[in-house]
Design a binder for this molecule. Structure first.
Ligand SMILES: Cc1ncc(C[n+]2csc(CCOP(=O)(O)OP(=O)(O)O)c2C)c(N)n1
Ligand code: SF4
Ligand SMILES: [Mg+2]
Length: 295
């Protein structure tokens, strides 16, 4: 993509120290992709905020030069919402695990989607709890054996793509950490999209998920843009969303499933129509009348 090493060093490069993910972890593909996207979009690090949750995934913002926030497990999106509504001129990007975003934080995902906040949400979907050393996650496949399910998972996995579509998401995509060039293009589109963008990323966890490996995905993923898929057609998007389970894990589409334009939450919020909340002058506000109303 025409990048120079110096771009990485000075813009969105390593922020001191090197990632301590296991060698071969899919998170390396994601950090490479997000850097490509931020550099390609010619964003200034001071205008970018990356929010991580708790998990191997959530550590990513520590190693990118930009503003960052390490949120509680499952609470990345409430933090992103607060930051975006305080200053909607910032580019706000969430990095959450599948346990974070599709488990404990699932309610926040649905409400963020229906609000259509202008936030990009990148889910590092390794189908396992990585940081806590290998328990079942909401996207673990049925039968997957983990420390918490030694006999295999009994319930069916969450389908994040179908869930986002049925919550009226305006941008729904799936990427693969093993193809970081393609992933960078998806993330770039997701950040450019005015509205909430869910980018679910297939992220091999080489240590605790020995089923959904690079080889496993390489045999199964294919790109939607190499088919006649129309990402403005919601019915077609739903059909593609269920292809993974309908083909019994044999065909896994990646790319943009669905995209539409709708006003964002910020667009429809009169208090910030003129300027971001942080730029409002609060020194001359008299709250006395409001306090008196409460007496
Ligand atoms: C409220 C809360 N519950 C549980 C935990 C323990 N915990 C830390 S990370 C984690 C799971 C991480 O899995 P995931 O979100 O998929 O991230 P990954 O490590 O796989 O990237 C859990 C349960 C916690 N930190 N906070
Ligand atoms: S445990 Fe898994 S997700 Fe975490 S750093 Fe290691 S390979 Fe990556
Ligand atoms: Mg996980």
């Amino acid at each position: 993509m025409g990048l120079k090493i110096s771009d990485f060093k000075y813009k969105f490069g390593y922020n001191g120290g090197l990632p301590n993910w296991c060698p071969g972890c899919g998170n390396f593909g994601i950090i490479t992709a997000i850097r490509h996207s931020l550099v390609n979009l010619e964003l200034d690090p001071k205008d970018v905020v990356l929010i991580g949750g708790i998990g191997c995934s959530g550590k990513l913002p520590q190693w990118v030069v930009s503003y960052g926030f390490h949120a509680l497990h499952g609470r990345t999106l409430p933090v992103a919402t607060g930051i975006k509504l305080s200053n909607h001129e910032l580019t706000v990007i969430v990095h959450a695990g599948d346990g974070d975003c599709y488990g404990i934080g699932l309610g926040h995902l649905i409400h963020s989607i229906r609000r259509n906040l202008d936030v990009a949400c990148i889910v590092h979907n390794n189908q396992v709890y990585g940081l806590t050393t290998g328990q079942t996650s909401p996207t673990s496949l049925k039968g997957f054996k983990t420390k918490s399910t030694p006999e295999g998972v009994i319930e069916l996995p969450i389908n994040p793509i179908a869930l986002a579509l049925s919550s009226d998401a305006t941008f729904v995509a799936r990427g693969y950490a093993g193809d970081n060039r393609h992933l960078a293009e998806l993330i770039t589109e997701g950040i450019k999209h005015k509205g909430f963008a869910l980018i679910d990323v297939l992220q091999p966890c080489v240590t605790f998920n020995r089923v959904n490996t690079y080889d496993w995905f390489n045999d199964r993923v294919y790109k939607l843009e190499e088919t006649d898929h129309d990402f403005t057609d919601k019915d077609a998007a739903f059909e593609k969303a269920f292809e993974w389970e309908k083909t019994n894990n044999e065909k896994i589409p990646i790319g943009i499933f669905y995209k539409e334009t709708r006003p964002t939450y910020e667009d429809e919020n009169p208090q910030i129509a003129e300027k971001p909340l942080v730029k409002h002058d609060i020194t001359k506000i008299d709250i006395e009348p409001v306090l008196n109303m409460l007496i």
